[in-house]
Design a binder for this molecule. Sequence first.
Ligand code: FAD
Length: 1004
Amino acid sequence: MQRLALHTFSRCYALSAFPITYSGFLLPNPFGMPSAPCLFTPKARPRPSLKRGSLPRSITVTRTSAALITFSHLRWNFVYQRPQHLLSRIAKQRPVYFIEEPEFDASAPAHWVRSTPEPNVTVLRPRTPVPNAPGFHEAQIPTLEKLLRDFLEVDEIGEHVAWFYTPMALPLLNQLNPLAVIYDCMDELSAFLHAPRELIEREARLFQLADVVFTGGPSLYRAKKDKHPNVHCFPSSVDTEHFSRGVADGPEAADQAHLPHPRFGYYGVIDERIDLGLLDALAVAHPEWQIVMVGPVVKIDPATLPRHPNLHYFGQKTYAELPSYLKGWDVCLLPFARNDSTKFISPTKTLEYMAGCKLMVSTAITDVVEPYGHFVYIGEDTVSFIECCEQAIAISEDDRRRRMNEGERVLAQTSWDRTASSIQQLIEQAVTRNRRAGAVRRTATVRTAADDLKSAPVAVIGAGPTGLSAAYHLGERALLIEKNSTVGGWCRSVEDRGFTFDFAGHIMFSADPYVHQLYNMLLGDNVHWQDREAWIYSKNVYTRYPFQGSLYGLPADVVTECIVGAIEARFGAVKPARPNSGNGHGTNGANGHGTNGHGAGHAAASVTNGHTVTANGTNGHAVAANGTNGVNAHAAAKVCEGDVKDCCGDGILESSAKLVKREAAPIQSAEEPKNFEEFIYKVWGRGIAKHFAIPYNRKLWAVPLSEMETSWLGGRVPMPDLEEMIEGALKPSPKPMGPNARFGYPLRGGFQALMNGFLPHLKGSTLLNASVRAVSPSKHLVTLTDGSQYRYSSLISTMPLPQLIRAMGNEAPAEIVDAVAMLRHVSVRCVNIGVGRENLTEKHWIYYPEDTVFHRIFVQGNASPHCNPPGGFGLTCEITYSEHKPLPCDGDALIERCIEDCHKVGFFKPEDPIWATNQVDMPYAYVVYDHNRKESVELIREWLAQHDIILAGRYSEWEYYNSDHAFIAGKKAADAVRAAEQKQEADRLLPKPLTMAAGATKSN
Ligand SMILES: Cc1cc2nc3c(=O)[nH]c(=O)nc-3n(C[C@H](O)[C@H](O)[C@H](O)COP(=O)(O)OP(=O)(O)OC[C@H]3O[C@@H](n4cnc5c(N)ncnc54)[C@H](O)[C@@H]3O)c2cc1C
């Protein structure tokens, strides 16, 4: 890990999203004490526009004074931030009503508590007797609807505009008749701790209903801009004067005045977004420093806060008091954790600290790094964060001056006044546009889980591609339940320091026109198609995939073995077998794979490779072909039919499997291969088996190949075309072209974008962060880990089959429990690495059959250029593991091992800096087609069908599905539900047979 720390520390961020101009100011002393005055004065300069979607020129905007009714998850008297800054300014033009989340009050009927914290701003806090329903919980909605109607009537609210900070309040829109709907998206709320499950669905609906959307920082803008045609980026601004004057002229806070210097300070909310481990380490590393934390502790247990004599918590202070704390700090901190909840954070305090002329140290938060990385110290990890703090207090005068000047330039370009005024304009534009269009009252039509229960929906467990497709095809009746905070299952993506990584390499491929229609609907033009560059690395050479067609460049003896082996597989032994020969490729126990039992009596081996196939004679599976090789060749040619031209058990199946039901392998021969290992020898011959197919597949499958059957390969694995093979051995094979060589990938947003594409099209309900704990087939009831229950008419399960049966507890009969215990799977660990060098390679993915820890590298950086930050390049090392093949090491050691192996195979240069590393674990990754699979799955499927439970998806049907198959599997499941319901309805309507007639039959 040493190399990691070194490289990451030396990374220099110098990206600025803002054009910068210069103006001078007086510098503070090294510890920021007020001996030298520092005063920034806001200047009127145009703000650079990051906006998208502009108004047609022909619209004339007329100013309205329509009231603004806002719904917020933050209370007005909580930390003073974006909502207060914007709304207090907008209140100069129109009355603002700020509706907060309800507070529990059992002592009285529901009522409003009103206050007027600022001129023309009315804060309305509902107090309701509804227990255990935090926030705009669905149980609160009926009560709130009534309160809202009363408010509109009593306050005689006429024309109004609706403004949402939280989509959770969206059902209340039904009570309004707004001139325009605004969504000010200031955070990715769905990623917050305890985020309500319905949030994502309501946000998708809000995107449909809103006239204009504002986002906080640039990363949130990037995440939301494709969801609505009129999204505008308004990063947090600053009231420069408040902080600069307060620091220069105001008093210092009394409770910190006694603390010695140097002091490091933070103000803001202290919740799951703060890296407590980092604070702890900082306090321990420098007991002589004082760390001051000002702000309320929310959502996290205060007992978890690190405690040290030099770490001081002063609690929440008012906005007016903040400069008095800032004044006494030498360095300001932005100690944010790097997790989902901070991915889109755009800290308001960055510019406020700057306005107070303070040096800053931040963790690598995108919206700090990108716009302010040139004057904020950025610590990538704990060690470098502390080092940055050390550098900050030892800063030279020149460097301080430079940073302050840079900061001042940024400050000069922004102010809350200007932001509020631009926002007002956009509101007016939306109102004008709606008036012209003859605005119609819009309703939110957001269904609640209570409604769903009433109508007994079709529950869909899992929002991977199968579940999303099922929910989409089911329409309003679907209740989609997903345990993660985002949809997509294994087709999700993660972001890390500007890199986008998928959960293992994912690409789009399908031969099915309907899937292409879906691609179109889900991605629109956010897609690009490329000819694949799939390669294999062996014998220190990179050769094109498929192996058998691209032998050129491999050592001559390897090429000979492969060609001779293929000829023998097709036509029988080239040389006669010697007597007393060894057992061909009989035993491969060295690899823990036992005896494959079909090689007895074959020629002695001259090279040992675990299956000893450099035999002079036959190799066991071609022996019968001596007499019947014409038949075999013919059968093989049949297998070759179609347009699939690859041979390895992974690549083609990930990239270009056809959408056909897999039948048993159509190889007709006197000697059917009994298992996958035999199949490899029989189809590809000993050379290819030895040099690629066996070692690669052993590495990939992590289970003995002799324990696998071959139905999953049926019809898709061709015999090598000898002519092509020889040609491919004599000259470099050209880049593959044509439909099978093409694959698609979302241009922006990683593979996740394909999954998110479903969200606006889902008409039913979606629950996120909702993990199914129990399923009762007899009661048709699903129970979540939080105890909530949902009745269903039918259930579509896409969760792993063993977990589903386990969730049924005693209701699953013993034979079903036994059957599910037979199912085997392989796990994948992905080690994602972001390197500080562009265009590492032109390849898309590479197979490694030899001794690297990974079996495949997916070159994420080439899936789309937008997966990389400027100057960087990402890739994913995939490592399978199972009980037969445990991971050789874990954690940082595994990352280090992957980096070493990337160097070993020539992928990395010694000087390449590593910018990002992380790991993603996929416990269920490959289902194993062993000899019990088919029977076990059928038994379970039939039993579940009797209880209206349909299995759909890769880990539910235990099928080797890609995401395109998953889309189809979801659709089929939705169709099956509808067909079953229609049948039930038809049965219900059928006239019942007359008892008389029945009796008459009997008596006959
Ligand atoms: C290494 C690898 C590479 C791949 N490469 C490709 C590729 O290049 N192209 C391609 O098209 N496909 C690829 N695939 C296949 C693709 O990932 C799968 O086909 C697809 O994810 C299967 O979708 P699914 O919805 O059936 O299952 P999943 O994606 O697993 O979705 C199941 C969902 O159920 C949820 N869930 C599980 N338990 C519960 C519970 N108790 N309560 C609530 N929710 C629950 C999970 O969180 C998950 O979201 C690859 C797969 C792997 C492993």
